[in-house]
Ligand binder design. Structure first.
Ligand SMILES: C[S@@+](CC[C@H](N)C(=O)[O-])C[C@H]1O[C@@H](n2cnc3c(N)ncnc32)[C@H](O)[C@@H]1O
Length: 247
């Protein structure tokens, strides 16, 4: 698997400033995660460490990030040098991770949507499961593969759109293009379509007992700042989804 994010690392980092990231993505994610005080957390596909650092700030005892892109992890490590938080960053492919510990939580924002086949997804899920304590949870934010392509352009006002060149079948690339603002250069990356049924199959196959799909929610602050109406297109056809799996 190539580390495509090497070429867009800085731009991706900047996209974390978009309002939907804070008011929907992070709000939904932390709602699912719950209280992190004292927890050990393995953050897969940690990118430049945006969430990895927040987990430590929220009281996690041990946080370890794994990332395939050298450039992304370099940005994370630079931040760790600038402001040490005792986070361990490991350069590696989640598909080949095997067991590196026994964590209370394994988390990932936008990892599984890089699996191009059900076999790759299964491999990722096996490595996720292997790194969890019994009773531990896997919590993730992912591309919503159930979003209808006819609504792919409705997210433009939030700073990104999706597009496809062919019908959605196993492995179809779904292109995300971030438009940010007029001053920022557009950038794109691909996720890969696998149906919700294939995800359920992979989670169950590796042994997860309970699986819960969580529709994104908007923070009260986001409603106050932008108004409910602003978020309605996002909520009508949600482009992302939260997932929680119990070992
Ligand atoms: C959309 S970014 C999300 C980064 C971070 N989780 C966040 O939310 O800011 C997806 C990240 O997944 C990484 N990635 C993709 N496939 C991976 C794999 N097989 N193993 C580890 N990291 C992977 C990419 O390099 C990229 O940094």
């Amino acid at each position: 698997m190539t580390a495509y994010y090497d070429s867009i690392a800085q731009q991706y980092k900047k996209s974390k400033l978009l309002p939907f990231r804070l008011h929907i993505e992070a709000y939904t994610y932390f709602n699912l995660l719950g209280n992190l005080v004292g927890k050990s957390i393995l953050d897969l596909a940690c990118g430049e460490g945006f969430y990895t650092r927040l987990f430590k700030l929220q009281g996690a005892a041990r946080v370890c990030g794994v990332e395939i892109s050298e450039k992304m992890i370099e940005l994370a490590r630079q931040e760790e040098i600038r402001q040490p938080q005792d986070i361990e960053y490991i350069l590696g492919d989640v598909s080949e991770l095997n067991k590196i510990g026994n964590f209370d939580l394994v988390v990932a924002s936008y990892l599984l949507n890089y699996a191009q086949t059900r076999e790759q997804l299964l491999k990722m899920c096996q490595n996720i499961f292997a790194n969890l304590k019994p009773g531990g949870r896997f919590v993730t934010i992912n591309n919503n593969h159930s979003q209808c392509p006819s609504s792919y352009l409705t997210t433009e006002k939030y700073g990104f759109i999706k597009s496809i060149d062919s019908p959605l079948v196993e492995g179809t690339p779904i292109k995300y293009t971030f438009t940010m603002s007029a001053n920022d250069k557009k950038f794109s990356f691909d996720n890969y379509y696998l149906s919700t049924a294939i995800y359920e199959w992979a989670f169950r196959s590796v042994g997860f007992k309970e699986i819960r799909w969580q529709k994104p929610i908007v923070s009260p602050q986001g409603v106050e700042e932008f108004g409910q109406e602003f978020w309605q297109d996002f909520l009508n056809c949600v482009p992302i989804v939260g997932i929680e799996c119990l070992k």
